[in-house]
Design a binder for this molecule. Structure first.
Ligand SMILES: Cc1cc2nc3c(=O)[nH]c(=O)nc-3n(C[C@H](O)[C@H](O)[C@H](O)COP(=O)(O)O)c2cc1C
Length: 106
């Protein structure tokens, strides 16, 4: 699913902000929203790359886009059409087995 902006055709970048007064529950809500958006994009024939990196530079992004200082920049996302001719887009990340991050109790 993930593709950097340069590996997408017709790409745009999205930024996601939260009102700075919101707390933990809203972060959970946002995670679900983002997951839905990523899946919906793929369902619509688009490709995405969620990017936490812009969140490392919140002041620059907020200033450029005119968002309030107390807003929370959560992450960015590249959205576009996959460039299937770009070799990097053939890379597939491995998936952890569920037993490596879950404890089961009888
Ligand atoms: C919330 C979120 C933030 C991410 N931030 C970054 C990032 O800043 N830089 C990066 O290279 N990948 C980031 N990733 C990973 C990529 O978006 C993508 O998931 C990864 O390239 C693996 O692709 P795949 O999901 O198709 O396996 C992030 C993923 C998520 C869900």
């Amino acid at each position: 699913m993930g593709r950097e902006l340069s590996q997408l055709r017709g790409a745009c970048r999205l930024y996601f902000f939260l009102d700075g007064r919101l707390r933990t529950g809203s972060f959970v809500d946002f995670g679900m929203f983002l997951q839905s958006l990523l899946l919906a994009a793929v369902g619509a024939g688009l490709a995405t790359c969620a990017q936490a990196a812009p969140g490392e530079y919140p002041d620059i992004v907020k200033s450029a886009l005119g968002y309030p200082h107390n807003s929370i920049l959560l992450c960015g996302m590249a959205l576009g059409y996959e460039d299937t001719s770009a070799p990097v887009n053939s890379y597939r990340t491995p998936r952890e087995d569920v037993h490596t991050f879950t404890r089961f109790f009888d």
